[in-house]
Structures are given as structure tokens and as C-alpha cells.
Design a protein around this ligand. Structure first.
Ligand code: PGA
Length: 260
């Protein structure tokens, strides 16, 4: 795992944007796996700025979102469809037909999940999967106890997660109980995982993900088995890492060709 610790979320988001932009420049038909939530907002703002100011071209890019709430229409203000159009797709030249978000209203959930997996395979697999992490260590909506080799499927949210997202729904009682999410196996098939985490609230989940045992109780820890993971953290999210000084030293002493 490569752990990049930066002063704040602004700097970290710029670094993450450079990593994504490099992939898109090198591979104009790149496949991006996208996350929602508060964490990637600045990263997306940076990508939009690079598109506007530097001509970063997304016309050949295909996107797959990690997850969506079950029973929430795409037009609902708190759907991940709405989030993606408001913060990213509405401002980039991604072709509409290459945007994929799980359908929370599908009548046949198992079939829709199989189709989603098939669509990822047909697109050639995900080049860069952007990830946030839950306070309980979830990635995507793979809650603790998720199978480490799970595929896209329906999951039930934990109370902790429902409380974490309650504000977006005007209270916990209105938060959907179920979601569709890529599985941990789906995420592990990506060529690169780029996980962002900011703030003290994420420090424990990050320490467990990086330095704890690989366990289904901390779903992010499965990334220890992935050959190419970059974590971009602010100081607060890194504050419980025992080897933080070593990770910082590694970053400072990278050869020029390895820098972002
Ligand atoms: P957040 O959510 O970015 O809003 O903190 C992350 C997650 O739950 O995966």
C-alpha cells in the first residue's frame, strides 16, 4: 500500500486529481470507478477545473459508480445519481451512454447486479477505483461482515452508516435500509484503488485498514491484498497510524519518476 499523508484535504484532493488525470491522459478510454459522499467532492472539483482549464478530455472515459440506495428514484436529491450529475457528470464531457450507476429502482435486483458486473467486464475492467471509507471501515457499501470476495449485490446498511448519512435524508428514519453496491471482489478486480480519507473521524478506520489484520469486520482491510493501492490522507485521518513517520519518509524520498 502506498500511503500519502498531506497537510489537508485540499492538498490531498489535488494529489488524487493528478493521479486520476494521469490515467485519463495516458489512456483516453480509461474506465473509472467512482465514489460518492463528502470525501471525493474536492477531487471532483479539481477534475472539473482540469477539464475546463487544461482541456482534460473525458469523452472516451467510461464510469461505474460503486453504489446506490434501493427504492430511491434517480431524481431524488439524495440519490447518488443526483450527486454525480451535480458534482461531476454535469460539468464534464463524459458520454451519457458510458455512465453507469446501479439502478436502485430495478424490479429484479439479482439480475441487475449480474448485468452491472457484466458491464464492468465488457468495458475492460476498472482502471482506477476511487474510494472513500466509512467510520466502520466499509468501502462502497460493503458493511462489516461482507464477504471479502463479494460481487455487486444488495446489502443492508448498519445503524452506524445510517446515522452517518442521516443529514442528507433529514433524519435517520428516512435513510433507506438497503443499497446496491459493488462487492469487495469487484473492487479488488480494479487495476488501481485510490482511497481518500479526511478528518479525525476516519482515523480509526484508516489505522485498522492499513495496519490491522485483514478481516471482514473491517472491509477496507481487504485492500492489503491488492497489488496497487494508493491512500491519500490528511494529517487527521493519518493520526492513528503507528508508522506514519515511515510513510511520510517514503513519500519524501521517492525518485522523481514515482512522484505525482
Ligand atoms: P464520506 O463517506 O465521504 O461522506 O465520509 C464515505 C463512505 O461512507 O464511504
Amino acid at each position: 500500500m502506498e500511503i500519502i499523508i498531506q497537510a489537508d484535504s485540499q492538498e490531498a484532493s489535488q494529489t488524487a486529481a493528478r493521479i486520476v488525470a494521469r490515467t485519463v491522459r495516458e489512456k483516453p478510454h480509461a474506465v473509472l470507478g467512482l465514489a460518492t459522499g463528502n470525501t471525493p467532492l474536492r477531487l471532483y472539483r479539481n477534475l472539473v477545473r482540469m477539464h475546463r482549464e487544461e482541456g482534460l478530455d473525458f469523452s472516451g472515459v467510461t464510469c461505474f459508480n460503486l453504489d446506490e440506495y434501493v427504492g430511491i428514484p434517480p431524481a431524488h436529491p439524495s440519490s447518488f445519481h443526483s450527486y454525480m450529475w451535480a458534482h461531476l457528470f454535469g460539468h464534464l464531457n463524459v458520454a451519457k451512454e458510458r455512465i453507469n450507476i446501479p439502478d436502485g429502482l430495478t424490479a429484479d435486483i439479482p439480475a441487475a447486479c449480474r448485468k452491472y458486473e457484466q458491464a464492468i467486464r465488457s468495458a475492460g475492467g476498472i482502471d482506477v477505483q476511487i474510494l472513500g471509507i466509512g467510520t466502520n471501515g466499509h468501502i462502497g457499501f460493503n458493511e462489516p461482515s461482507s464477504s471479502l470476495s463479494s460481487r455487486t449485490r444488495i446489502k443492508t446498511l448498519t445503524e452506524e452508516t445510517r446515522l452517518d448519512v442521516a443529514a442528507a435524508f433529514g433524519g435517520e428514519e428516512s435513510v433507506p435500509t438497503h443499497v446496491l453496491t459493488m462487492g469487495l471482489g469487484t473492487i479488488m478486480d480494479s487495476r488501481m484503488c485510490l482511497l481518500l480519507a479526511f478528518g479525525k473521524k476516519k482515523a480509526r478506520a484508516i489505522a485498522q485498514t492499513v495496519e490491522g489484520p485483514v478481516t471482514a469486520m473491517v472491509p477496507g482491510s481487504v485492500l492489503q491484498m491488492h497489488p496497487r493501492v494508493i491512500l491519500v490522507l490528511d494529517k487527521d485521518a493519518a493520526s492513528e497510524l503507528k508508522m506514519a513517520d515511515y510513510y511520510a519518509w517514503v513519500s519524501d524520498h521517492k525518485p522523481a519518476w514515482q512522484k505525482y
